[in-house]
Design a protein around this ligand. Structure first.
Ligand code: PLP
Ligand code: TYF
Length: 407
């Protein structure tokens, strides 16, 4: 049946990881994948996660049974409080439907599927993705048959936000269009709108009747402050939007492979909101059941144990500050070394960008050259994962950048 099937390209990011592993050089540096590494370039199990695992294992009632379709209730309720705030009126008014998913990717997929099936498709308005965005966004929304459009996001000249491009595109977007927004620590650029800019974005979206879908994969990981990293979402909820959120616990708990995440639907305030949320939830349950039956239990228990215990929660915040603090220190070290070397160009964006990634501004030929000559691996668009930098390799990376920029 599949004689004419074409060969799909390999995933560029996973290809980059494989090329790094195959490189025998002892100088090699992995700035590819967005996963946290400690100062010895090793994966880091958060101390609070180790504690939570001990608690789970020593609980005599622990088992490996199936979770309900909507997932672990103690996780989904704590996850909602984490993104929307502990005293969120939306939660109090019971207009939030929360489902545990296969990490952030699964949350995006459940949301995309729900939108493809139930969002009013009158004139078939598109889902707008930022340009650039996390490459998987394109596939996730395309795979459920939704039309894709893009809004400009990154200004090459400044390595900052393309504010005019962004706002003029939203202003001319067809009413009803769905706008995918990165809540914080934009992947791949590391560029976030300011709070004043978020307010303007909300104003335009309200006036143009655009539908927000937030992707939050870096809460607490970006600034080290959980509330600050959720500010944009909480502002939009406060403004009365009906919206969706895809929440990942991969990065902020360092439980990547456990696939813990949540999808949230929030109804606009007003009469009937609670009843509408129940109906939406009933349909989400059918979708989750047909896609995954029920979500995985172990990562959910880890996150739930930490989120529901005030003492562990405090320790988690400390671990988040350890990760975000090390990344911010590496940004500063890289910047200072480039300045010291008088590397041609401006490098302020290295320290003004936020989160796991930095868009260096290096061109594709420069990226390939730095890989061949210096064994430093980054994605072709010049994105580096800051977590791959450490006190032992940052000077080496800076001098390699310096050399390819001068060539
Ligand atoms: N969204 C963005 C922007 C991401 O960068 C990521 C991970 O890199 C995700 C979502 C979801 O990742 P996961 O499915 O591992 O939670
Ligand atoms: O580095 C990035 O941008 C991510 C990494 O399930 C990643 O794409 C890898 C696997 C996954 C989610 C994210």
């Amino acid at each position: 049946a599949f004689e004419s099937i074409s060969m799909a390209p390999t995933d560029p990011l996973f290809g980059l990881m494989a090329a790094f592993r195959a490189d025998p050089s002892d100088k090699k540096v992995d700035l590819g994948i967005g996963a946290y590494r400690d100062d010895n370039a090793k994966p880091w199990i958060l101390p609070v996660v180790k504690k939570a695992e001990e608690i789970i294992r020593s609980d005599p009632s622990n088992n490996h049974e199936y979770l309900p379709i909507a997932g672990l209730a103690s996780l989904t309720s704590a996850a909602a409080k984490l993104v929307f705030g502990g005293d969120s009126p939306a939660i109090q008014e019971k207009r939030v439907a929360s489902f545990q998913t296969i990490s952030g990717t699964g949350a995006l997929h459940l949301g995309a599927l729900f939108l493809a099936k139930f969002y009013p498709r009158g004139s078939n308005p598109p889902v707008y993705l930022s340009n650039p965005t996390w490459a998987n966004h394109h596939q996730i929304f395309q795979n459920v048959g939704l039309p894709i459009a893009q809004y400009p996001y990154f200004a090459k000249e400044t390595c900052g936000l393309d504010w005019n491009g962004l706002t003029s595109t939203l202003q001319s977007a067809e009413p009803g269009s769905i706008i995918l927004l990165h809540a914080c620590a934009h992947n791949p650029t590391g560029v976030d709108p300011t709070q004043a800019q978020w307010k303007e974005i909300a104003e335009i979206m309200k006036a143009r009747k655009l539908f927000p879908f937030f992707d939050t994969a870096y809460q607490g990981f970006a600034s080290g402050d959980l509330a600050k990293d959720a500010w944009a979402i909480q502002y939009f909820v406060e403004q009365g939007f009906e919206l969706c959120v895809a929440e990942s616990f991969a990065k902020n708990f360092g439980i990547y492979g456990q696939r813990a995440g949540c999808f949230h639907y929030v109804a606009a305030p007003g009469a009937g909101a609670e009843e509408l949320t129940k109906r939406v939830g009933s349909q989400l349950a059918i979708l989750n059941r047909s896609e995954i039956s029920n979500p995985p239990i172990y990562g959910a228990k880890i996150a739930s144990t930490v989120l529901n215990d005030p003492q562990l929660f405090k320790e988690w915040e400390q671990d988040l500050r350890t990760m975000s603090g090390r990344i911010i220190a590496m940004r500063k070290a890289l910047y200072e070394k480039l300045v010291e070397l008088k590397t041609p160009g401006t490098w302020d964006h290295i320290t003004s960008q936020i989160g796991m990634f930095s868009f260096t501004g290096l061109s594709e030929p420069q990226v390939l050259k730095i890989r061949e000559e210096f064994h430093i691996y980054m994605t072709k668009n010049g994105r580096i994962s800051m977590a791959g930098l450490n006190s032992k390799n940052v000077d080496y990376v800076a001098s390699a950048i310096d050399k390819v920029v001068r060539e």
